[in-house]
Design a protein around this ligand. Structure first.
Ligand code: DGJ
Length: 689
């Protein structure tokens, strides 16, 4: 809901539990008034007439109060907008008008020929903000154009939550006091990065289920930056957008425009758990395509066969996968060009004739005949120097004249900002998807930008932004032309996970770390912002060959992976009949609990970290608990799990044991898991009777 004061200078957006208010002063300063619990328009108007604190001359009264601080004038905070022309730098804007369309509010400002529009849309309790810059004057350079600045209320002792990591260890939750100055996270790598998810949360005294939490998440899959500033007077501002530095984002000639990505903000008074559930519901309703369609159980060949693949050997795996109940069979890297290792073939998107003599069609049809969907792996933005593509077009990669072309994993980055590169990729990928019945594409990205040059282009740094737009354009075009095909975003595991890529992919590859214990922490962090519906998780072989050689039971591996979109990635040709039979049981159980996991509400009952950890998913009258015991110490009895979101006056039947539990007992005294020893795990289904 959007309400506007009679004088047209105070705007109030309201969701089911929260409100967001902005005010334009008589001096044309756009001030932030409120973000928090629901308020009435009269409350916003009362806030609008409260004078700003007097601070002159060493502090600015505007700092910490402005909705979108531009560079220049009486401000010392980090500017959200920094513009340079031949004559001057900074912005002195005046208000032009406001507009509304459906549930979107637009506030239009002008500075000479540059028109700046702040966009707002409230979707449930998530405020979506973005900015458009439309240049109708002389050429200018956008040094920085953030999507939004979020202002938090005056409070003491703010805490910052963030999701940090690296390859194989993504999205680990860290929570620490916010001290004075700025905390800056981001990526200067050309993709979202393994190091930080573009999300922060701020609270003062929240717990998992109680207290106020503010969250901000950026929808951008290239380089990005979020700066969290604790200002001198207890105010906190969070500013974020595309690009890491302020050294130049784009040049806008007369008539050109730029739209920033969306920076979404959420207030919740339901603690960290309530905030996560609101983020999950928002993404399922507004971001993720077809989120009401459950994702199938997949098999992926990567850990099983790596680059050593053939049609016959994949057919053997497919038969075994079908036998344990897999629904989607994915051939990973190694099926195309001369790709028999990571040294060659990337860029040549035609099936390797030695490995697939009649193309992918026979295998795809065989997989379909076994009752499964068929998927493939691609990494379209990259090229091996040893490839037909690179030999034909060495100028198609990002590079600078006379400088080294840095190789990571023996590959270079294609300059997707070029029209000819985009067209080549479109033709190859469209042709590929038309050549065989392919239902799924895992889209990988395995190295960061290093030599982001573009010889001959007057403003080469535009490729950082244009690359992301080209990626989005290709995904959009392929989705439109092949509506039945689902896409997974992968970047060496979880290097490209953000709201931007999630609006055009169906799931993400969470991490190359498939160790089921490490995964619990990775999944715990991931769940702070993203829902299980997109969190792909595979059961692989034991001991874990990729990372740490940790041995674990099939039970522990399955229950860990069942907390997301279940997949199997082990070498099924080596699994015994007993293991295959057990795997089939777990897959059947997953298919039973899948609606709860993929569409239900998540309650994190106990975080991972040494002992017992557990999550609970709730959908309607059904609930399922997944619990893991890392290690039991001193033979001590484990705590019972106090369940959430149950009716204390109802009774619940445990589908595992047939036992009847009273809701009040489960909620107040808890459920006993019966776990023992090390690396034990269980799934407990309960149905209201
Ligand atoms: C990195 C991915 O994260 C893996 O799952 C696998 O697809 C390899 N790339 C293949 O090269």
């Amino acid at each position: 809901m959007l309400e506007i004061s009679d004088n047209g200078r105070t705007w109030l957006l309201t969701g089911p539990t929260s409100s967001y208010a902005i005010h334009l002063t008589d001096g044309e300063e756009l001030l932030h008034l409120h973000w928090g619990p629901r308020i009435a328009l009269a409350d916003a108007e009362a806030l609008a007439v409260r004078p700003l604190p007097e601070y002159w001359p060493f502090e600015s009264p505007l700092d910490g109060h402005e909705e979108y601080p531009v560079e220049g004038g009486p401000r010392f905070v980090r500017p959200a907008l920094s513009v340079r022309t031949d004559e001057r730098r900074g912005t002195e804007w005046s208000f032009e008008r406001y507009e509304t369309e459906d549930d979107e509010l637009r506030l239009r400002f002008g500075d000479g020929g540059l028109h700046i529009t702040l966009h707002y849309r409230m979707r449930d309790d998530v405020v979506e903000r973005w900015v458009t810059l439309d240049n109708q004057g002389a050429a200018l350079e956008l040094l920085r154009a953030d999507s939004a600045t979020w202002t938090l209320p005056d409070r003491e002792d703010w805490r910052l939550s963030q999701l940090h990591g690296r390859w194989g260890a993504e999205s680990r939750l860290a929570r620490s006091p916010l001290t004075h100055g700025e905390k800056v996270i981001g990526s200067r790598r050309g993709h979202t990065g393994h190091q930080h998810l573009p999300w922060v949360a701020l609270d003062t005294d929240a717990t998992e289920e109680h207290g106020e939490v503010y969250g901000c998440a950026l929808g951008w899959s290239g380089s990005w930056r979020i700066a969290v500033a604790q200002l001198p007077d207890a105010r906190v501002q969070v500013t974020g957008g595309a690009g890491y530095d302020d050294s130049g984002l784009l040049r806008l000639a007369a008539g050109e425009s730029f739209t920033t990505p969306v920076f979404a903000g959420l207030w919740s008074d339901g603690g960290f758990g309530g905030a996560s559930r609101a983020w999950h519901a928002y993404q399922r309703a507004y971001v993720i395509p077809d989120a009401d369609r459950d994702r199938p159980v997949l098999f992926n060949s990567w850990e099983a066969t790596e680059f050593d693949i053939s049609e016959e050997q994949q057919s053997v795996l497919a038969r075994r996968a079908a036998a344990i109940g897999v629904e989607l069979f994915v051939v990973d890297d190694g099926w195309f060009g001369t790709r028999t290792s990571d040294r060659a073939g990337l860029g040549d998107w035609t099936p390797n004739p030695d490995r697939f003599p009649s193309g992918l069609k026979p295998l795809a049809e065989y997989v379909h005949a076994l009752g499964m969907q068929f998927g493939i792996w691609v990494e379209p933005e990259m090229v091996n120097p040893d490839s037909e593509l690179y030999r034909a077009h060495p100028d198609w990669v990002q590079h600078q004249t006379g400088r080294k072309r840095t190789e990571f994993r023996n590959q270079l980055v294609l300059n997707l900002a070029r029209d000819d590169v985009q067209e080549y990729l479109w033709e190859r990928l469209d042709g590929l998807l038309s050549s065989a019945p392919i239902d799924y594409v895992k889209w990988d990205f395995n190295r960061c930008f290093t030599d982001a040059g573009w010889p001959g282009e007057p403003y080469p740094q535009r490729l950082w932004v244009d690359h992301v737009h080209a990626l989005y354009g290709l995904l959009d075009r392929l989705r439109a032309a092949h509506p039945g095909v689902a896409f997974e975003s992968c970047s060496g595991g979880g290097g490209r996970i953000d709201l931007g890529v999630l609006s055009r992919t169906d799931q993400v590859w969470t991490s190359d770390n498939t160790d089921p214990l490490d995964r619990l922490a990775i999944q715990h962090g991931f769940s702070q912002i993203h829902p299980a519906r997109v969190m792909a998780a595979w059961v692989t072989d034991s001991p874990n060959a990729m990372l740490n050689h940790r041995a674990s039971s099939l039970r522990f591996r399955f229950v860990s992976a069942m907390a997301g979109v279940l997949g199997v990635g082990g070498d099924l040709s080596l699994w015994s009949e007993d293991e295959l039979a057990e795997a089939r049981k777990w897959v059947t159980l997953y298919r039973d609990i899948r609606p709860m996991v993929q569409r239900g509400d998540l309650y994190r009952l106990r975080p991972p970290g040494g002992g017992l950890s557990a999550v609970q998913y709730v959908l309607g009258d059904e609930t399922v608990v997944l619990a893991w015991l890392q290690a039991q110490s001193y033979g001590e009895p484990l705590p019972a799990l106090r369940l959430r979101a149950l009716d204390p006056t109802a009774s619940y039947e445990c589908l595992e044991t047939g036992e009847i539990h009273r809701g009040a007992v489960l909620v107040h005294h808890g459920l006993r898991t019966g776990l023992r020893g090390d690396l034990d795990a269980t799934v407990i289904r309960l149905r209201r009777i």
